[in-house]
Design a protein around this ligand. Structure first.
Ligand code: FES
Length: 174
């Protein structure tokens, strides 16, 4: 009996097509989560609402950094729109309002203002004793290699609005 059918596809070719199809299907199933993991931050950033959200009244803020928690809607192409919690250390510096991210630039723990009695007027990270100046600048000789990130800030009608987190400019004196 011949291996070829009337349309010219051999049994071997038919099996190859089937195995290739099944293999491709399984590979796609395994690769999709890895690809999602790799590009998710970029997708989140692209989908995040560009708008700033009100987080506090200007009258609540002094020159002493205060921890402010707030929520912001983040649009993620995988999970849709979600209310996501954020925190910022917010303080006044002259006419300016500064809002710093509490995420340590070493391995991502949370920093606290005056978090260690030995180091007054500094942000302190308890995980590996990381330290930052008030403006977020990392203190040399401690684990963090970069300043704390900074939120975009707007003051409108007595309210403080925070936007995206960006690289710290004030720590560089900008
Ligand atoms: S995570 Fe902050 S010092 Fe290591």
């Amino acid at each position: 009996m011949s291996e070829r059918n009337n349309k010219g596809v051999s049994r071997r070719q038919f099996l190859n097509y089937c195995l290739t199809g099944v293999g491709g299907f399984l590979a796609a199933g395994m690769l999709a989560p890895m690809v999602k993991f790799a590009i998710d931050p970029a997708l989140q950033k692209a989908g995040a609402e560009g708008g700033k959200v009100p987080v506090a009244s200007l009258s609540e803020i002094t020159e002493e950094p205060k921890s402010i928690s707030f929520k912001k809607k983040i649009v993620d192409v995988w999970t849709g729109e979600q209310e996501t919690p954020f925190t910022a250390w917010v303080y006044k510096q002259g006419d300016q309002v500064i809002a710093l991210s509490p995420i340590c630039k070493h391995l991502g723990c949370t920093v606290n203002w005056n978090g260690d009695a030995k180091y007054k007027n500094e942000f302190f990270c308890p995980c590996h004793l990381g330290r930052y100046e008030k403006n977020g600048k990392n203190i040399p000789g401690t684990p963090p290699m970069k300043p704390l990130d900074q939120y975009e800030v707007e003051v409108k009608d007595g309210k403080i609005l925070l936007g995206e987190v960006k690289a710290n400019k004030i720590a560089e004196g900008a």
